[in-house]
Ligand binder design. Sequence first.
Ligand code: GLC
Length: 507
Amino acid sequence: MKEKVYFPSHQQLRFSRRLHKMVRRLVPDCDVRFLQSQCGSGKGAAMVTAVAYRLAAQHAERQRVLDTLRLSREKLLEVKKRMSEEMVRGLSKQTHEQASVKMLPTFVRDTPDGTEHGNFLALDLGGSSFRVLLVQVKSGKRHNVDMHHKIYTIPQETMQGTGEELFNHIVYCIGDFLEYMGMGGASLPLGFTFSFPCHQSKLDQGILLKWTKGFKASDCEGQDVITLLKDAVRRTQKFDLNFVAVVNDTVGTMMTCSYEDPKCEVGLIVGTGTNACYMEEMQNIELVEGDDGRMCVNMEWGAFGDNGELDDFCTEFDHIVDNCSNNPGKQRYEKMISGMYLGEVVRNVLIDFTTKGLLFRGKLSEQLKTRCIFETKFLSQIESDRLAMRQVRSILQHLGLTSSTCDDSVLVKEVCSVVARRAAQLCGAGLAAVVDKIRENRNLNQLSITVGVDGTLYKTHPHFSSIMQETLQDLAPQCQVTFHKSEDGSGKGAALITAVACRMKSE
Ligand code: GLC
């Protein structure tokens, strides 16, 4: 713009001098300077327009990125369809080897009938901690269960050290628990909740197929975990254990819930990892002899997508999270859903926004570069409806993201919400495939069924469960599904399975 030279008149100069003097007198502590606008409001309007353009372009870019994380109903129906196909492939002898969803037989055929009783030990390994439990199952009309437990942490270096170190540590914890409970020499029947994919050919054997969720202890894959435990017990020469069952956490959860609600025939975990199990018809489980009745199948659905089934729905952020993980190319569905990975998806979106200058004033902090800084609990907290933006900001500050503005907080919350919504919808789509398969297996027009659920993400996130249920209802309208939150975790389930096995042995 060409500017005209402007000379203030004598009168104007006098006016401005007086104005300055008066202002100085009225607010002596403030240093107020007056800058004369040269060409008035025209330039201002142009600048407002330019800013508006920039903001609109930034908004469009943010929405473009977030849209890649949004799934339409058609896409969710496609996820459900592909999950159904993979389930059939996993069950069939011919295609089992290549199938991504392994549909592992568990040799759990019965739910408790209330006549079980006795004391049982249970171990629970699979998340961030290890639990040892003493479970007292009482029979009779008011059948119930008493539990005592102790939680032990598994140091990262033990998770990723040698198998011998890991199992020695587990046995050390068991010894500590027995001593703590004052039951040193007791050899109680024991159920082991081992929340990793295992090939089972009987209840008390589980060959670890592969580690998931950050575990990496050497020399365990391809081994029977009960043998590894027995060897470790033998090494200590301190006590003896009577192993009865190896149980996946999904199966333990289903059992715990079915103890109270016999309609519970599905188990679901949405925690550090995600997985589901359900009661399948024996005639469909081609890997196990016999056609009568049903058996619980551990789907290991976290591996869905490992053959490319989710490639159409993955974003650049999912690829980064996968590439930087312990097990690239594996557990692709789990990496889009569970607590161990959602924070990482969010962090990578935030990095993208920051480098494009759309967030945190374009300043990429060391904290944002730190892996796993966004734990599940932060995702759940940030999305809590009761939280004012000021509190979101204080969570960000707690995470070291100190230079955030109010707009930044709004955007971070939106990213968390889009990522969690996608996770809940994907989970709902998978579950829709499961309940519809059960309905079709039984030739029913309508199915009424209960799903037992456990896992911190499911339990603590303010919207996960409702979005998942909404999706499920939409994609499997012929199924009426009730959700039963498991309060006592999967350890109790392992004890109940052990109790059922002991009852059947004695019958
Ligand atoms: C992982 C494990 C699976 C477990 C799930 C939930 O996906 O492979 O066995 O059930 O996490 O803990």
